[in-house]
Design a protein around this ligand. Structure first.
Ligand code: ADP
Ligand code: ADP
Length: 229
């Protein structure tokens, strides 16, 4: 589904590549976790996949097609993106936030309304209660749920999630993780999920890619990583 071949990224001001010769194969319907210390190249890798950053070298294939040859906007129709904290537009209601991408696609308002309610239910927020709230009226956990709902608005097969549960307290984080795993069993998206928390990686991942200083040091299932550290 997603294949990175020899991906490197050199930022002009750095003396080593932020990402170096990365090879990664992510299968359809699986959660692949990118884990490693701050600065090891996780976010850069994620942004290379949705072409917010161009790699210095290497190839990306999405669904067998060379992603570099596709129009980035077309490509992103298939990719939902969730980031922590600043993900929501603060001046827009929950409804307006979730409606942004469907509106760019010219969905009619009736269809958007139905979809917003459906999405809010999927992320376990009561539509009646939350539709017209602003982000600042929500708790951190509720905001992250809306972020997930917004990324799923047009039902993209791929989701990129950058520390999506990183900015909330530990109890809320556990709750969000459990809810998300339950949802994933139904929706079966292909997910690349960034975290610096190895416990989160082991809990959430079908596969775990451990990165250090831009390089992939291990790529395996959580069980194999636990028993062959
Ligand atoms: P992580 O997500 O694992 O914390 P990043 O991918 O954000 O790592 O960063 C990898 C390295 O690249 C870090 O050393 C970071 O300082 C550097 N870096 C990230 N973005 C930029 C940028 N836009 N310009 C220059 N250096 C950057
Ligand atoms: P531009 O950067 O050219 O102004 P936009 O940010 O408005 O483009 O987005 C163009 C299209 O790409 C939108 O239709 C939207 O669906 C999609 N898109 C943009 N950013 C993302 C993202 N982070 N995740 C998923 N889709 C995105």
């Amino acid at each position: 589904m997603i294949r990175l071949e020899g991906i490197s990224k050199v930022y002009p001001n750095m003396d080593r590549p932020a990402v170096k010769e990365l090879n990664l194969h992510i299968e359809e319907g699986e959660i692949c976790i990118l884990v490693g210390p701050s600065g090891c190249g996780k976010t850069t890798t994620l942004k290379i996949i949705n072409r917010l950053i161009e790699p210095s070298s290497g190839k990306i294939y999405i669904n067998g097609k060379d992603a570099m040859k596709e129009d980035p906007n077309e490509l992103r129709q298939n990719i939902g993106y969730v980031i922590q904290q600043i993900g929501l537009f603060p001046h827009m209601t929950v409804y307006e936030n979730i409606a942004t991408v469907p509106r760019l696609r010219d969905w009619d308002e009736g269809r958007i309304r139905k979809r917003v309610d459906e999405l809010l239910e999927m992320v376990e927020l009561d539509p009646e209660e939350n539709r017209y709230k602003y982000p600042m009226e929500l708790s951190g956990g509720q905001r992250q749920r809306v972020g997930v709902a917004r990324a799923m608005a047009i039902d993209p097969p791929i989701m990129l999630m950058d520390e999506p549960f990183g900015a909330v307290d530990p109890i809320t984080r556990t709750q969000l993780q459990n809810e998300f795993l339950k949802l994933q069993r139904k929706i079966k998206k292909t997910i690349v999920f960034v975290t610096h928390d190895i416990d989160e990686a082991i809990k959430m991942g079908d596969k775990i890619a451990i990165m250090n200083q831009g390089e992939l040091v291990q790529f395996d299932t959580p069980a194999n990583i636990l028993f062959n550290p």
